[in-house]
Design a protein around this ligand. Structure first.
Ligand code: IDP
Ligand code: MG
Length: 138
């Protein structure tokens, strides 16, 4: 599964009406949709998903934000998916994100930053299976 990455369109981008444009950017960027669903995370699910950030000062704010509205979760496929997707979305802080990247176009702040992207092949596989069974990936 080294050619996959996992993404979420975060509550800010969904609420601001950017879902369609963001999905289009994924596809124009060369990514194939392997799985996708629209859902509203529970507090327990968000805490579990972001467990690696539990000790960071912004953890509680991050969880509150991620449960503030529905999200789109997706698994994307492309050669070199993890690194190429991080390039497509841009830096964590949209103020630092390169022009034309998804975060530069649609994110407002470092916390409400429009999209999630996996940071390694190992985390991509774990994050994909957190949301999707093997029967839901095509
Ligand atoms: P990433 O999403 O670019 O991989 P991470 O460092 O993994 O960035 O942080 C996870 C998420 O936590 C970010 O996407 C952002 O929503 C939030 N976050 C990161 N750093 C801060 C911060 O300094 N203040 C508030 N929220 C933050
Ligand atoms: Mg990260």
């Amino acid at each position: 599964m080294s050619n996959i990455t996992f993404t979420m369109i975060k509550p800010d981008a969904v609420a601001n009406g950017h879902t369609g444009n963001v999905i289009n950017d994924f596809i124009v960027g060369g990514f194939k949709l392997k799985a996708m669903k629209y859902l509203h995370l529970s507090k327990e699910q968000a805490e579990a998903f972001y467990g690696i950030h539990r000790e960071r000062p912004f953890f509680n704010d991050l969880v509150s934000f991620m449960i503030s509205g529905p999200i789109v979760a997706a698994v994307l496929e492309k050669e070199n998916a993890v690194a190429d997707f991080r390039t497509l979305i841009g830096a964590t802080n949209p103020a630092d994100a390169a022009e034309g990247t998804i975060r530069a176009k649609y994110a407002k702040s470092i916390d409400a930053n429009a999209v999630h992207g996996s940071d390694s092949n190992e985390n991509a596989a774990g994050e994909a299976s957190f949301f999707f069974s093997s029967f839901e990936m095509y």
